[in-house]
Design a protein around this ligand. Sequence first.
Ligand SMILES: Nc1ncnc2c1ncn2[C@@H]1O[C@H](COP(=O)(O)OP(=O)(O)O)[C@@H](O)[C@H]1O
Ligand SMILES: [Mg+2]
Length: 606
Amino acid sequence: MALKVPGARRSAPANIIDALRLSREASPGLFWLVVVALPAAEGLISLALLAVFRGGADAFLRNQSAPGETVDRIIPWLAVAIALTLLVVLMGNSRHTVQELLLDRVRQFSARRMHRAVAMLELADFDDSQVHDRISRAEATADFKPRQVVRGITALIASGFQIVVFTAMLVFLQPLLLPMLALAAAPVLLISSKLAGEQFGFFHSVTPLERRRRYVGWLMTSRQPAAEVRAFGLMPHFAKRYDALTDERYTELRRMVHGQWRKLLAGQVSFGLVLTAAVALLGWFFASGRMDVPTLLTTVVALSRLVTAVGGLGGPIAELSEAGLFLGDQAAFYEQLKRADELERGQALPERLRELHVRDLSFRYPGAEREALSGVNMTIGAGQLVAFVGPNGSGKTTLAKILAFLYRPGAGTVTWNGQDIADLDRRALRDHVTAVFQDHMTYHFTVEENVSLGDVARADDHAAVAEAIDAAGAADMVARLPAGAATELGPEFGDGTSLSGGESQRLALARAIFRGRELVILDEPTSALDPVADHALLRDLRELLHGRTAIVISHRFSNVRHADQIYVLDGGRIVEQGSHESLMLARGLYAEMYSLQANAFAEEPA
Ligand SMILES: Nc1ncnc2c1ncn2[C@@H]1O[C@H](COP(=O)(O)OP(=O)(O)O)[C@@H](O)[C@H]1O
Ligand SMILES: [Mg+2]
């Protein structure tokens, strides 16, 4: 999948609108409360407070000769001012609460979009580091950007209302001040939106670095690598590596913020200069008798509030346009995958398997130099038991994953009952397959759930789960666990238990058995089992399969000698094929490897 770098050159307003739209979709009710209702109330209260201030000043100045009367006149104004101030506090509190709730909704919305996007990724995409960069950015966006959006919206709206209110007042008091203020504000706002683009560009460029740093952090903090990291004394080495990656990021960051500091300073200086001129103008108005004291006081207050509000726009504009860029990036990721996904919809559904046919199949992993498979041909009839054998890296797993419809063939075709799988619905195809992969999963849930995840729709069928556990030879093991099938796995959570490699493999096998589809793929399903269990399981395989079609990969040749057809792979090609007997007679690679294994056991002293 080719992923384009999104346009960091989109305009700030477009990004801001994106951010706003996202939060409205996340929760319309909370959004309108935050964007309209609460700020409108706050704006009106501010206006009322100013009117009260002016009324109070009038009352105070009207007759200075009788101090007692002055106090009497001022008290009602003061009482109203106190009541209004309390209301402002109440509004602030409510806004804070609603903001927290909206934040959570936006976060969930963004995370959902991210999850919908990654659900559409193909397995091969996970071999592409650019896709991982993309996922990482989408994840970070879902995690951190919502706070920025919500904080930005509230600040923007609060400032916006203040600006409307105090601009209206200044139009009335002294309109000359407005163009001056606009002149002062323009550079600050322009700079703010420019900085957002830089911030995004920075994050974009350090994503690969950041992922590597997180990986090294994971090595130091997680359970899986803990044993080896300690046994080999790797902690100081990894800590140093982590530091080096952090320093690299810091160098980049420093370069960016130095530039930003200079730009911001330039904007602020010009803002200050214009403002000084405005104050001088006011002074001149007053000195030349064009303005009385109450008007002057009110104008100064209105002007200072307006200046604060306009200055306060810089932050939210930067935050929102930055968040908008991130969200736009995330949305583009989602849209791109959705388009690819839609192309697949409406494809034919596969019928019950009669024959799986592979013709001239080649496959190369993204970015790999050589082909993992080339010129592969085979026909697997329904009900057959087929084995793939061959040395490490010969392509067995790759072929198995293509036949599980996880990788698309590079060249050549795979047909299902004669129909090219490219024309069939891939998800529906996967629904015909059950598998144990070499890198099988142990989920940190209960043992029961580890099995029932094989077919979530039948998760409540406890008897079937127990049967699958039994068929996988895991019944004794499960019975020994502290809470049987209800035992939680994974010591990282609660009092989760840990299983041995062989035990988890049996559980993976039970999961595949519980799933029970018509095409069974077993990629070294017994590699972690002890030799007795390994032999017993594969000896009884036919019984376990109940006549299903199966592909088995095993390194122990004695295990697969009863297969209907054995394919010997080497270097991505099928070098031999046939039954055990015919392959032995042919005296090729298979016969050689088989004899080698047989002799190795025979030569052991008793
Ligand atoms: N995800 C991957 N990305 C790139 N190359 C891979 C990947 N998985 C396997 N390969 C390469 O493809 C070749 C075949 O691997 P695989 O099918 O796993 O072999 P086998 O299962 O026979 O041991 C090997 O050379 C291996 O290095
Ligand atoms: Mg393999």
